[in-house]
Design a protein around this ligand. Structure first.
Ligand code: PGA
Length: 254
């Protein structure tokens, strides 16, 4: 059984003080039964991780922490970068790798994404591997080719038993931050396709991998998306910044 997972990707938003308030407000809106049903993760910026960790531990919250990115080296002369161990020591459990903004704006290739995913696993955390086609790729009917390659190259070289623990987020680039969501049917069939790509590389580990949908998820469309058999949760950007809205996404069945 795959447990639902809803991840808030705050991107470059929220100071450490705002983060404390956002985490607390979100926690007030969730109860024990929500956490039994759904794992909840927030990914604030690096500068807010320590503050978020402190609130989560002091108040024994069940909200988990994620980072939005890491470098793949262990340490060294990489000015401005953050290592996997640095975030792991802040009780970070998940790390987003290969988000389309990192691929598109910061030039991350499938090879770099694979190195990051491997480094995150080596540091004992769970990578959330993001994949997805651009509008141009979709219009030229190459979405399957692109997404398939991103999945297969992203997990290349990882033992099947380990692959079983990872998370893959299918996020069509044209749906991110645009208010345009893939239809539940399209999102569902792409997530099935993603799982089949994992199966090609890692066999039955694919059945354990959690596949998330991301791209303009909101309280109004989340239930339809979550009803699809191969969608195990969501990666939520804009709608995760307001605790009330994010709580409504998390409590999608109510
Ligand atoms: P969005 O972002 O929900 O604002 O579309 C999703 C993401 O980029 O992970």
């Amino acid at each position: 059984m795959r447990k639902y997972l809803i991840v808030g990707n705050w991107k470059m938003n929220a100071t450490h003080l705002e983060t404390i308030q956002m985490v607390q407000k979100l926690s007030y809106r969730l109860d024990v039964s929500d956490h039994q049903r759904v794992e909840v993760v927030v990914c604030p910026p690096f500068t807010a991780l320590r503050s978020a960790q402190t609130v989560i531990e002091a108040d024994h919250l069940q909200i988990m922490l994620g980072a939005q990115n890491v470098d793949w080296h262990e340490s060294g002369a990489f000015t401005g970068e953050i290592s996997p161990e640095m975030v792991a020591k802040l009780s970070v459990r998940f790390v987003i790798v290969g988000h389309s903004e990192r691929r598109g704006l910061f030039g991350e290739t499938d090879d770099v994404v694979n190195k990051k995913l491997t480094a995150v696993l080596a540091a004992g955390m769970t990578p959330i591997l993001c994949v997805g086609e651009t509008e141009l790729e979709r219009d030229s009917d190459t979405a399957g080719e692109i997404v398939g390659r991103q999945v297969r190259e992203g997990i290349a070289g990882v033992e099947p038993d380990t692959v079983a623990s990872i998370v893959v987020a299918y996020e069509p680039v044209w749906a991110i931050g645009t208010g345009r969501t893939a239809s539940a049917d399209d999102a569902g069939s792409m997530c099935t396709f993603v799982r089949e790509q994992v199966r090609e590389v890692s066999g039955d580990a694919a059945d354990a991998v959690r596949v998330l949908y991301g791209g303009s998820v909101n309280p109004g469309n989340v239930a339809g998306l979550m009803a699809k058999k191969d969608i195990d949760g969501g990666l939520v950007g804009g709608a995760s910044l307001d605790p009330d809205t994010f709580a409504s996404v998390i409590r999608y069945w109510m």
